[in-house]
Design a protein around this ligand. Structure first.
Ligand code: GLY
Ligand code: MN
Ligand code: MN
Length: 418
């Protein structure tokens, strides 16, 4: 990605802002884990989207006064003593080169500069990233800053910039699509290594280790989300993450995995028999999910809505189960299929979106398609998930190279076990 691209994104965001306003985005800090250990730092995705910078404690400030938009970045100052412990900090020159922002200052001047701006210029509103994925989520730096701003400047309107950025992030550029392709290809390597080494009796975490190895070889420090390796009965738990049970001969194993590349995530589900051979019953159910998945992918095109895709998924899966006599009418499908068929994909695995269920998909969107069937009484949990780009005329399955048919999975595992 070039600095011009980040510059273009900041311009696009500025157009969506009210006049006489300021945007403040924080790159964030590593959350505390325990005692003096923190979780691995991951950049605030909106800050990263607008700057390309992946370092903690930085602040982006954009001010809009009529046609004039000023961009300022505040970064940590080098500290020779601290650097002996935690390594080099980003320099001003590096921050300029990555982001394309020419006004770069140290953090200790942030309050003075913001204070001066608010004192001298007309500023009616401050936009912060106040996105919250759930009510329980801890308060971010932006939430705390909103409270401080309101206390010091009670006339200021506090706005949430999350929605404007979600809107921009919905349509992926060529570079972003290539990052997702790369994340998918690393995920493919991990899945193939897992399948090539799988044997009944292995622990789920042993399978995970085979998946993790190619990721590490590719420089992926951590996946885009917690890996799901769910054998047998665990496959019916949608977000099973313990991965600590022993697989048994005859088990299916449901994998839901995604490497990330430059913080763009893949999101792939595959289901395979740990002994390398599907039973007739497993094959029957598997092929219902597979046929539904392929039909759903073929239905993806500009103009189609999530409501239509969700309805189609339920109908296809219900038709399949009716043909087996497992259910009698369509409404009973909720017993065996209980999630939606997909979501946007990008810098977050469940990527930010402003789409309602009746809004049309558009070219440049990347989504997942992931029908599944979960038959608890038979210890069968099957989900098949691919990552799909909406194109001008239809769609491209970005993960089509990952093993998927019964025949291909069995042949691959048979060959690998020789
Ligand atoms: N990996 C979570 C999901 O498929 O939505
Ligand atoms: Mn998934
Ligand atoms: Mn998904």
């Amino acid at each position: 990605m070039t600095s011009e691209m980040y510059s273009e994104r900041r311009k696009a965001l500025s157009k969506a802002l009210d006049n006489h306003s300021t945007v403040l985005l924080f790159s964030g800090t590593a959350p505390h884990k325990s005692e003096d250990v923190d979780y691995t730092y991951t950049p605030n995705r909106n800050f990263y989207y607008l700057t390309g910078i992946t370092r903690p404690n930085m602040i982006l400030m954009l001010t809009k006064q009529g046609e004039s938009v000023t961009e300022t970045l505040f970064i940590e100052e080098a500290n020779p003593v601290l650097e002996k412990w935690i390594g080099r900090r980003m320099t001003v020159a590096e921050a300029k080169a990555v982001s394309g922002i020419n006004s770069v200052y140290f953090l200790d001047s942030f309050e003075a500069q913001l204070g001066r701006h608010l004192a001298r210029k007309r500023c009616d509103a401050v936009y912060l990233d106040l996105g919250r994925a759930s009510w329980q989520q801890p308060l971010s730096k932006a939430h705390e800053f909103a409270a401080e701003l309101t206390r010091k400047h009670p006339y200021l309107q506090i706005r949430n910039v999350h929605r404007e950025l979600a809107n921009l992030r919905l349509i992926k550029s060529e570079e972003e699509i290539n990052n997702i392709r790369k994340a998918i290809d690393i995920t493919r390597q991990g899945i193939e290594n897992l399948l090539a080494n799988a044997k009944p009796g292995m622990m789920e975490y042993e399978l995970e280790a085979y998946y993790d190895f190619p990721l590490k070889l590719n420089g992926v420090k951590e996946p885009g989300f917690t890996s799901i390796i769910a054998s047998g009965q665990n496959g019916v738990i949608l977000h099973y993450e313990e991965n600590d049970q022993q697989t048994k001969d005859g088990d299916l194993v449901l994998l839901d995995l995604g490497a990330q590349y430059k913080y763009y995530s893949a999101d792939i589900s595959r289901t395979f028999p740990v002994n390398g051979k599907f039973t007739e019953r497993q094959k029957q159910i598997y092929n219902i999910v597979l046929n539904a998945e392929e039909e759903l992918i073929a239905a993806v095109k500009p103009g189609v809505t999530w409501k239509q895709l969700n309805d189609l998924a339920k109908r296809l899966l219900a038709d399949g189960l009716k043909s087996l006599g497992l259910i009698q009418d369509d409404a009973e499908i909720s017993r065996y299929y209980y999630h939606s068929v997909g979501h946007q994909l990008g810098l977050n695995v469940h990527d930010v979106t402003t789409l309602d269920e009746n809004d049309p998909l558009q070219p440049g969107m990347v989504i997942t398609i992931e029908p599944g069937l979960y038959i608890e009484e038979e210890s069968i949990g099957i989900r098949i998930e691919d990552d799909v780009l909406v194109t001008e005329n239809g769609q491209e399955n970005l993960s089509k190279h990952i093993l998927k048919t019964v025949e291909d999975i069995e042949a691959f595992m048979a060959k690998a076990s020789k």
